[in-house]
Design a protein around this ligand. Sequence first.
Ligand code: NAD
Ligand code: DAU
Length: 337
Amino acid sequence: MRSLLVTGGAGFIGSNFVRYFLESHPDVRLVNFDKLTYAGNLDNLRDVQDHDRYTFVRGDICDRDAVQGTIKKYDIDAVVHFAAESHVDRSIHGAAVFVTTNVLGTQVLLDAAREQKVGKFLHVSTDEVYGSLGATGKFTESSPLHPNSPYAASKAGSDLLVLAAAHTFGFPAVITRCSNNYGPYQFPEKLIPLMIANATDDKPLPVYGEGANVRDWLFVRDHCTALDAVLERGRSGEVYNIGGDSECRNIDIVRLLLGILRKPESLITFVKDRPGHDLRYAIDASKIMSELGWAPAVTFEQGLQRTVEWYIKHEPWWRGIISGAYKQYYREMYEER
Ligand code: NAD
Ligand code: DAU
């Protein structure tokens, strides 16, 4: 039986991936290595916590001994690396932890995986490493790296370390760069769940600037199927873009959500813009589609409807989060805005 190490499996995408992978790969044992930061939540995996092919290990990817020990103990064949500080706004308020986890932590993981002769290393990265687009064009895998936020810069740094390991040591690493994900278990600091939670409570919906910024949205399960394809068939040393070809302006998303929730547009409040706010992201995913035969299965309209329904059904999950330390975060981020 193959043994897969997933880092950051208690977060949004990681937990969706763990569930998806256990379902779709009966021949794989999965070890979830996660520090459980504010964004990590074992409630995201309650339904699989007792699965006989699943193990949780609490640990920090910056802790060399813990990482090495885990790879050795579970005889890991492949790594899927999600663990990161992931929120752009938090990186603007304090970049240090982003450098520590995203850059240093990735190097610790690379070193340990190489020493233990792990057969495949999938580094989960982001389209934000390419920077911002104007009104036209799309990012391809050969677009230059031009990260603009501390978060994006730390992810670009980690991408370069992964490519360096592949080039220098022939280490079997591959990188994916995905556009904005949405769906179940997304922490409510991010646009879509934040707007759903606020609208449910008839609270103002804080749209940055004029809401004209564009993101290219992908339902999280489609990201999981893309990662599966890259893990199984992606070529080492390569980069694969992943995107849903679903560009949407922020203001239009907020209006769509209000429509689904039957809430008034008067809740929309335009607030001070994010400093250095990237205008537009759009992904050219033709490489993964033609080379690995991947395609997204869910349209943006379907995915948004499913996401709202999930948040309505799982209200105790997000209420548990927004009633804790999140309150302080929200005050600092939005009250004076
Ligand atoms: P998230 O913030 O929801 O989850 C991150 C997880 O990593 C948490 O469980 C957290 O506890 C864990 N973690 C953080 N620091 C750690 C450390 N030092 N050691 C071990 N675990 C640690 O993030 P997400 O949105 O699920 O994103 C996962 C990955 O996908 C990230 O690498 C992110 O850059 C990338 N990505 C995200 C998106 C998106 O739209 N959310 C899009 C493209 C790429
Ligand atoms: O593109 C991939 C990236 O997508 C990932 O690498 C990041 O980990 C992930 O957080 C996401 O980054 P964004 O900054 O695009 O996502 P966020 O949900 O924070 O914001 C989406 C857009 O909505 C962005 O233009 C800022 C805007 N926004 C966000 C929040 C939280 C608002 O207008 N109001 C808000 O309150």
